[in-house]
Design a protein. Structure first.
Length: 132
């Protein structure tokens, strides 16, 4: 029911270009969290797979759990802004998680193969077509 609520609320409020920074802010927060993990684990002897899991875990913000509270306490406009903020997390999850899985996984693959496989993902195609 939450995706239906998101779609209904997004159509009720206007979204201006002045909110364009919100997904970028989310991406910045995710990258900062990943940087903290890299700095903390720099001198530790952690195997590649564990480091990959730590990096992915550090960057994923679960904003969905807060959405009902934001809607109830702050109202529909704030709810819409949180959804826009979460677009950055969706981009990071779709793109960077996939790249990190190949980078830190058991098999080493070329960047070209990772890029081609990523472009074949249904989520990436859907996101691309929605932006057009």
């Amino acid at each position: 029911t939450l995706p239906a609520l998101v779609l209904v609320k997004l159509t009720e409020f206007s979204i201006g270009l002045d909110k364009f920074y919100l997904p970028l802010l989310n991406i910045g927060i995710n990258l900062a969290c990943m940087l903290v993990i890299i700095l903390v684990t720099w001198k530790m002897s952690i195997d590649r797979r564990t480091l990959g899991v730590m990096l992915v875990s550090s960057m994923i913000l679960n904003n969905l759990i807060t959405l009902p509270f934001v809607l109830t306490v702050l109202g529909g406009q704030a709810f819409t802004e949180v959804i826009i903020f979460d677009i950055g997390n969706a981009l990071m999850t779709i793109i960077l998680t996939y790249v990190l899985a190949f980078q830190f996984g058991p098999e080493t693959t070329s960047f070209r193969k990772v890029l081609i496989n990523m472009l074949k993902l249904p989520q990436f195609g859907h996101l691309f077509w929605r932006c057009i």
